[in-house]
Design a protein around this ligand. Structure first.
Ligand code: NDP
Length: 345
C-alpha cells in the first residue's frame, strides 16, 4: 500500500517535500469483521487542505502529525466483511491520501447517483464542490433574477459551478480568474463578462463590468479582490465568504504587522461600504448543509441533464504526485475540479 503521511506543519508557503512523506508498506488483506477494503480511484485536492495543516481553531480538527493526509476519495470496495457493502460497490468518504483504505462502513457511503452520472462528478458538481457552490450562492447569496453576481476563483471547481447556477437562476454573471484562457472558458460556460485579475486594468475593468454595482459577490479568494468588490457593492448587497485562497499561505501580514500579531488574521479593509450600502457579509461551511445535500443533488442533476451545468476537471495521474499537485491550486494551474487519479475506474 502507498500512503502519504503529513509529517511537518508548514508555516507560510507549503513546501511539499517537507510537509509530506510517502511510505510504502506490505499490502494486508486481513481486515476485521464489519470492515471493508477500498481501492481509491479519485482523490480530491482542495484548498481547505492547507487550513487543515495549521494548529489553529477551525471547523475541523487539524490533521495530526504522522497521520495519513486527510482527503475525500471515491473508490471501489475490493473486499467486504460488512453486510451493507459488497465487492464492486463504489463508495465515497474521507479516506485520505492512500491507495487502499480500510473502513468500518460508517465513514463511507455508496455512490449511487442515477444512470449517466460519472465518478468524476461524484467528486465535483454532485459532491462537496457542487454542494458548496449551491448552498453558498443560493442560501447565503440569495440571488434574484436580473441581479449582478460576481464570482472570484471563477474558473476553479466551486466558482465555475457557482457561475453556472447563477446563470441558471437568471442572474448577470461576472467571473474573475487568473488567465486569458480561463476567461475564454468562462465565456463558453455562460458568464456575461470574464475578467483577468492579473490584468493591470483589472480594477477599471471590474467597474466597467458592474455598471449597476454588485448585488452578490461570491468570494473564493479574499485579499485585494475582496476589497475591490466590497467597494463595488450595491445597496443591500451580499458577500458570500466561501474561501480566501490568496491568504492561506500567508505567514506575514500584508497590512498592520502588530494587529496581525494580536489577531493572527488578515482581514478586508474596505468593509465600510457594508455600512453605507446596508450590505452584509456572511461565511458558511458546506458541512452544515449535510441534511439538504439530496435537495441540491437533485437540482444540480436536473441542470446537468438540461445542459445548464457542465463540469471540467484537471486530472493528475498517480498518488505520488498529490503533494506537488496540491500547489497547483495556489498557482492557478487547474481549470475546474482538481483530482488525483489514484487507480483506474
Ligand atoms: P479551485 O478549483 O477554485 O482552485 C483554486 C483557484 O484559486 C486556483 O485555480 C486559482 O485560479 C485561484 N487562486 C489561487 N491563488 C489565488 C490568488 N492569490 N488570488 C486569486 N485567485 C487565486 O478550488 P476549490 O473550488 O476547491 O475552492 C475554491 C474556494 O472555495 C477556496 O477558497 C476553498 O477554500 C473554498 N471552499 C469553501 C468551502 C466552504 O464550505 N466554505 C468548501 C469548499 C471550498 P486563478 O488562475 O484564477 O488564480
Amino acid at each position: 500500500n502507498t500512503k502519504i503521511l503529513f509529517v511537518k506543519r508548514p508555516t507560510g508557503q507549503l513546501i511539499p517535500n517537507e510537509t509530506f512523506r510517502i511510505t510504502k508498506e506490505e499490502f494486508d488483506t486481513n481486515i476485521p469483521d464489519g470492515h471493508l477494503l477500498i481501492r481509491s480511484v479519485y482523490l480530491s485536492l482542495d484548498p481547505a487542505m492547507r487550513g487543515w495543516m495549521n494548529d489553529a481553531r477551525s471547523y475541523i480538527e487539524p490533521v495530526k502529525i504522522n497521520d495519513v493526509m486527510r482527503g475525500a476519495v471515491v473508490g471501489e470496495v475490493i473486499l467486504s466483511k460488512n453486510s451493507k457493502f459488497k465487492k464492486g460497490d463504489y463508495v465515497q468518504g474521507t479516506l485520505g491520501w492512500q491507495k487502499y483504505a480500510i473502513s468500518n462502513g460508517k465513514d463511507v457511503s455508496i455512490f449511487s447517483f442515477p444512470e449517466g452520472t460519472t465518478l468524476l462528478q461524484s467528486q465535483g458538481c454532485l459532491g462537496m464542490t457542487g454542494m458548496t457552490a449551491y448552498f453558498g450562492l443560493l442560501d447565503i447569496g440569495k440571488p434574484k433574477a436580473g441581479e449582478t453576481v460576481v464570482i472570484s476563483g471563477c474558473a476553479g471547481a466551486t466558482g465555475s459551478i457557482a457561475a453556472q447556477i447563477a446563470k441558471a437562476v437568471g442572474c448577470r454573471v461576472v467571473g474573475i480568474a487568473g488567465s486569458e484562457e480561463k476567461c475564454e472558458w468562462l465565456k463558453e460556460i455562460g458568464c456575461d463578462e470574464a475578467l483577468n485579475y492579473k490584468d493591470k486594468d483589472f480594477a477599471k475593468n471590474l467597474s466597467k463590468a458592474t455598471p449597476k454595482f454588485i448585488d452578490v459577490y461570491f468570494d473564493n479568494v479574499g485579499g485585494d479582490i475582496l476589497n475591490l468588490c466590497l467597494r463595488r457593492l450595491a445597496f443591500k448587497g451580499r458577500v458570500v465568504l466561501c474561501g480566501a485562497i490568496s491568504q492561506y499561505n500567508e505567514k506575514e501580514p500584508k497590512g498592520n504587522f502588530f494587529l496581525f500579531i494580536i489577531l493572527n488574521f488578515l482581514g478586508p479593509s474596505a468593509y465600510m461600504t457594508l455600512i453605507s450600502m446596508r450590505a452584509k457579509m456572511e461565511g458558511f461551511i458546506v458541512f452544515d448543509y449535510a441534511k439538504r445535500y439530496s435537495e441540491a443533488r437533485k437540482q444540480i442533476l436536473e441542470w446537468l441533464n438540461s445542459g445548464k451545468i457542465q463540469q471540467k476537471e484537471t486530472i493528475v495521474e498517480g498518488l505520488e504526485n498529490a503533494p506537488n499537485s496540491l500547489l497547483h491550486l495556489f498557482e492557478g494551474k487547474n481549470i475546474g475540479k482538481l483530482l488525483v487519479k489514484v487507480s483506474e475506474e
